[in-house]
Design a protein around this ligand. Sequence first.
Ligand code: GCW
Length: 686
Amino acid sequence: MKKILTCLIICCTVLRIRAENGHELWLRPRTALPVRVICERSSPALAIARRELEDGWVGKADASVVLAFTKDRAIKGDGFRLGQRGIEAKTDAGILYGVYELLRRQQTGLPISEEVCNPSYERRILDHWDNPDGSIERGYAGGSIFWRKSNPFAITDGDKVLWQQYARADASVGINGAVLNNVNASPLILSTDYLARVKAIADILRPYGIRTYLSVRFSSPVQIGGLTTADPLDPGVENWWKEKIKDIYQLIPDFGGFLVKANSEGQPGPQDYGRSHADGANMMADAIRPFGGIIMWRAFVYKASDKDRAKQAYAEFTPLDGQFRDNVIIQVKNGPVDFQPREPFSPLFGAMKKTDVMPEFQVTQEYLGQAVHLVFLAPMWEECLKSDTWQGGPGSTVAHCTDGSLYPQRYTAIAGVANIGLDSNWCGHPFAQANWYAFGRLAWNNRLTSGQIADEWLRLTFYPIQRQRKEPAGYQADWETHFLQPVREMMLRSREAAVNYMMPLGLHHLFSANEHYGPGPWWAPQKVRPDWTPPYYHKADTGGIGFDRTNTGSDAVSQYHEPLRSQFNSLFTCPDMYLLWFHHLPWSYRMRSGRTLWQELCYHYEEGVRQVREFQNIWDKVRPYVDDERFVLVQSKLRSQSSNAQLWKDACLQYFGQFSRQPIPPDIERPVHDLDDIIRDDTMRR
Ligand code: GCW
């Protein structure tokens, strides 16, 4: 009896799922089988490729893998051909990406067929909004991995290890660029001390095929150069940038270029000198051209005086089409306002036919529950990439308008605002890692589906390590049925759930204050500019709710190509999900469902809360398949998400209910918070 008991205890301990803190991301260690890697060349990148194969090979034992260079024209840029014998590519980075793809397929059980894989975008970049003092704008996972406040120029072994791990994770999903600092840029970044640190980082990222970029402040020539102006047409200013750029390339010969936020949210820019965005961008583009660098110029612009902020970027940039140098690329956020839970695509996509344009997505969940809510963002990006702009006829999706397949582009690129910090699991929430992963995968292949990405990521990130080999018969099938399927479904539904409990039916920007987390449809202090407050966007009163952007309202619909213009303009054809984005409607408006608008709103909020409760349930049921550390963390975050979703529902329904003057339908759960209490607590926190 005693023997049996001891045996049982041993078995349980052995089979207990090893605790994981998430630091290894989707690159968890494998019990690799022996493999022979054959490669005629050597380089730091190829050495990494070789090591990855040796450490991660789970194919046939003692197989040989050939890494070979080719001139095959079917392979573009850093693309590669995957085959039974190995990988062929044109560049070192191509070989490395091929190796990661091969290993991913082995590790997720996908077939390895003869196939050419080319990247959708040539530049696949993470924008870090990291400040030189180590803080991160809209960062929810600790301080910066690149910069720090105390002893800012010392480079420790710990720093190097972290940068190398970061580079490896990026490369494994095809990311090949990193903007190391915030677009609200400090001029300090261009000072000698900081540039020395940039060089140290670039040296570590380089073998992984990652180029380094910097955000620059337009007024740097004045602030750190001692000039009296930053006017882009001033020869002294041009010269200052030329010299600065020369210095940078001396340190970092493969430096990627600059990212610029100008004349936006108080940042300086060419308009301060009566010049245009094109004047500003072109001056920098000319200075960086001899070194092969690019200028990514952001189209995120709007003024407090605008009647409709959603129209501003299009209004300012389309007249400049054709005026930008060919090494300028305009960086456009997915929606016309600002990374909201749901926006229609920005009408700038496809509208600038003579200018290179790149999409900007936000990986950090500024407006989607930050590192508390489980929200898988691939469905949101997929929705944007697949939106048909009609700009070049039917099928002119945002993806086609930006990846060079519709208009010739000298450069193609895509950027994601990173969600990475010093937290041991990098992203704060274990599931937020999936957004980093998904951004890279979509940047590499903009035709991938969210389902495929979630599937891969879950297999790589959650399959119990000690089951990876010699698994008891049936374990994998059991894991797929009881863990993979429900959790993948939860991920795929999570974005729509957030839209439901935060701002359904096209509502947007209902956040309290500047932290962009909790509800605040009432929030409108006198001293805050109106377009930073929710009432500017929802326009609720006893007459109804929604922003009238039809041709009798702000006419933002006219920025879209037909047939979208008419489709969005008409109540008969405007999709429900954009209804209150484009229309101001009475509370009694009859929806397609037969409900009134007010009732429909109530049902959406209710549905959002119900979905998160269901996610809690799904997660609790998968406990036997997850290590304790990650299980408990996700469980407690779901609990917070659930109570926050409830708060959103209670706040929005009671606040809007004052205007609709209608009761919450009887079959909907009653609020559990009092509106006055919510507003009081919210005000007291400020
Ligand atoms: O979404 C807003 C953020 C700002 C950010 C800005 C931008 C970096 O609230 O924090 O500033 O967008 O994209 O420039």
